[in-house]
Write a protein that binds this ligand. Sequence first.
Ligand code: TRP
Length: 336
Amino acid sequence: MTNIILTGDRPTGKLHLGHYVGSLKNRVAMQGDPENELFIMVADMQALTDNAKNPEKVYSNVLQVALDYLAVGLDPARTTMFIQSQIPELSELTMYFLNLVSVGRVRRNPTVKSEIEQKGFGDSVPTGFFIYPVSQASDITAFKANLVPVGEDQKPMLEQTQEIVQSFNNTYGEVLVNPKGVFPDKGMGRLPGIDGNGKMSKSLGNGIYLSDSEETVAKKVMSMYTDPNHIHVEDPGQVEGNMVFTYLDVFGKDKEKIEELKAHYRRGGLGDVKIKRYLIEVLEEELNPIRTRREEFAKDPEQVMLMLKEGSEKAQAVAAQTLAEVKKAMGIAYFS
Ligand code: TRP
């Protein structure tokens, strides 16, 4: 059985190590399985729902996100990478889906609810933002995706999509595919930021980016949150909640060495600078090839945009086919 897999990212900034361990790595692995057909979408329309007055932030990051995709090894020969706004069928589908969802139902979406609170929108919430879970249902169903790998915070979007699929199919006939969310393993989903405050995120400014230079990575690691009570090298230190060890657990390959370092740190006599130097080495092993590929692709942005154009054309053909079936089922395919 082939899987049709769809996922996407809002182009509001470059991608960081949290994206890498939480999803990008997994996408590359899925791409390697010939049973899988992958669609990866740069969700610029969704990014515009709360950046309408700042479109430059959105369109300038489309290229940056595409560069991150290519840098980690997503391959346009095997994975269709495309830009959401270039597929008008997605918006058309959204209009029909909106009729199947009540205002009360959208209001109950816990992720949107907390985003509205966080952003202090209140009643001034843009309507497009308010209904983005419905638009996301179009993104997923237009490709008849059966698997949608996303973060925990996207669970409500999957539930909303499943409800829309059920409602549509019950009302108009079996056209849409019911998708399953694929969520990261416990632990992997939420890489904390270098300050140890919550997850790595752009808005908290606690990220290490795939595009960061070696010097920047080193500087960030040197500023990492460790154990505030580990003042002198000879003091016993704490490993739990110490970001250097958290990252070593995630990125380190030499598990034996890491266990030895932990024991030494707990006993005392192992300084922060030493473990940080080791972490820099470990991260560089992972980041160096990514950075090199990224720089290579960044030399030819037109080529990257062409890749997205071709991906968008391929994606549009698929979405158009689904939309034709949708309109036929609804009885509004008047002229075909
Ligand atoms: N909401 C997703 C995020 O913020 C991005 C997204 C848009 C998406 N459409 C999608 C993810 C469809 C999966 C499927 O990360």
